[in-house]
Design a protein around this ligand. Structure first.
Ligand SMILES: Cc1ncc(COP(=O)(O)O)c(C=O)c1O
Length: 457
């Protein structure tokens, strides 16, 4: 489509830096501008409709426009548009939201700390881990173990916990204290004849080996997403977390569950920690906390962590940490109302009902020549795209097959989240059975067109 040089496209290219985008290609190709959202659909400026199979960035649990939340935000802005919660100031909605989160927490939690993003929640948790071991007279216990292909955000500490190589390249990251254990992708990393349980045992052994090599007295905490999101919607293999948590307990290592994606129904329970029986000391959450409609995250701390924090606060004179917009009256009001909506509509019940067709329809795509495997739970999962089903060989990156697939999906009115050779799904939680079938219909068309292009080459 021809655009005027002074159009929004030209203005975008002239003025905006886009995260996680190829900046040179963007200068050449320009943006897709999304102007309207309704339910699980998003519309570009020409009115073209797209079914959003990833809820934006795993966010828009209630879809792309929720009038009830807009009204709450408006009312709250009129009442008190901004105030902070520093130096013992507070506001009604921050208090109520913190109390509600403690009531909903999957394991006993003691306090809630607010920020504006998942990255900040994890960043805060890193600092709190270090405080914890200082308070316990073990300041040398400082190393943080994340996982290869794990994702915990973009601040320097959160990117350091993350195990995605592109997040470290050219930046000197990760910081010194950060280590990464194995990527538990059973499909891709299993050994010949290795059962899923045996694979999990090998993953736990790798964690233990790393801890011993580093010196257990230097290892402070382990970070994990219940289902790995940006690593490609990778589910933990059978028995994985049970075995990993046993290692953490053995060496007295704190566990932080990153529920930024999994929290609030995504896996068919309110928390991924419930789905996989996690017993974390801290939980970071965001995204669906406000249905993605306001930038807010929360960090939940258990009692032993809070007590340590208090000891350090006594020493310093205060908890020397915070964000201007933490506990913001508007973000907390919207999050509080979001949790009310989840309760009224029984979000977990809805996810469990739609989970069946979601999993079955995507599993059926394993018969497609391009698909090696599907795994999912609740309303999250991924398809592996392969060049050879028997050997699981991937297409070479420079063949551009995933780019072709992404373009074909858009042509058929579908937005996909592509991670390497994986198609990650996390549609809005409000998706209906009929919409799941429509998503898969559009996907099948995109796969067929991509298969034709592959064969033509
Ligand atoms: C598991 C996980 N943790 C943390 C983050 C970072 O959140 P944010 O982008 O809000 O900083 C993300 C973002 O996708 C995430 O998926």
């Amino acid at each position: 489509m021809n655009r005027l040089p002074n159009s929004l496209h030209a203005l975008d290219v002239a003025s905006l830096v886009h995260p996680q985008s190829n900046l040179r290609k963007h200068l050449e190709q320009g943006p897709t501008i999304f102007s309207k959202g309704k339910g699980i659909f998003i519309y570009d400026e020409d009115g073209r409709e797209y079914l959003e199979a990833a809820a934006g960035l795993w966010c828009a649990s209630l879809g792309f426009g929720v009038e009830r939340l807009a009204k709450v935000a408006y009312d709250q802005m009129c009442k008190v548009g901004y105030y902070h919660i520093y130096r013992s100031s507070s506001n009604e909605t921050a208090i109520e939201l913190a109390a509600k989160l403690l009531e909903l927490a999957p394991v006993p939690m003691s306090k809630v700390f607010f920020q504006c993003s998942g990255s900040e929640a994890n960043d805060t948790a890193v600092k709190i881990v270090w405080y914890y071991w200082h308070a316990h007279g073990k300041p040398e216990k400082r190393k943080i173990i994340g996982r290869k292909m794990g994702y915990h955000g973009s601040t320097c500490a959160a990117a350091s916990i993350s195990g995605k190589p592109d997040m470290h390249q050219e930046s000197g990251l990760p910081f010194d204290a950060f280590r990464h254990t194995e990527f538990p992708n059973y499909y891709r990393n299993q050994l010949p004849g290795e059962s899923e349980e045996a694979f999990s045992a090998r993953m736990a052994q790798a964690l233990e080996d790393l801890i011993i090599a580093e010196g257990p007295e230097t290892v402070a905490a382990f970070w994990a997403e219940p289902v790995m999101g940006a690593g490609g919607a990778v589910l933990p293999p059978k028995g994985y977390f049970e075995k990993m948590q046993a290692v953490l307990q053995k060496y007295d290592i704190l566990f932080v569950a990153d529920e930024v994606i999994c929290g609030f129904g995504r896996t068919g329970n309110l928390w991924g920690s419930q789905t996989y029986n996690l017993k974390p000391d801290m939980i970071s959450c965001a995204k669906a906390l406000s249905a993605g409609l306001q930038p807010i995250s929360a960090l939940l701390l258990n009692e032993r962590v809070f007590e340590a924090l208090m000891i350090e606060s006594d020493k310093v004179g205060h908890f020397a940490h915070g964000y201007t917009y933490a506990g913001h009256p508007v973000t907390t009001a919207v999050a509080l109302e979001t949790l009310k909506i989840y309760d009224e509509m029984d979000i977990v019940g809805h996810v469990r009902a739609v989970e069946k067709p979601f999993l079955a329809e995507l599993k059926a795509l394993e018969s497609h020549p391009l698909i090696g495997e599907f795994r999912g739970i609740g309303l999250i999962g991924a398809l592996e795209v392969v060049n050879d089903k028997a050997t699981r060989e991937m297409f070479p990156a420079d063949a551009g097959v995933m780019d072709i697939l992404g373009r074909n999906a858009k042509k058929h009115g579908l937005i996909l989240r592509l991670v390497g050779n994986r198609i990650a799904f996390s549609p809005p939680l409000i998706i209906s059975e009929a919409e799941v079938r429509e998503m898969v219909r559009r996907l099948r068309n995109a796969l067929d067109d991509t298969w034709s292009a592959v064969r033509a080459n």
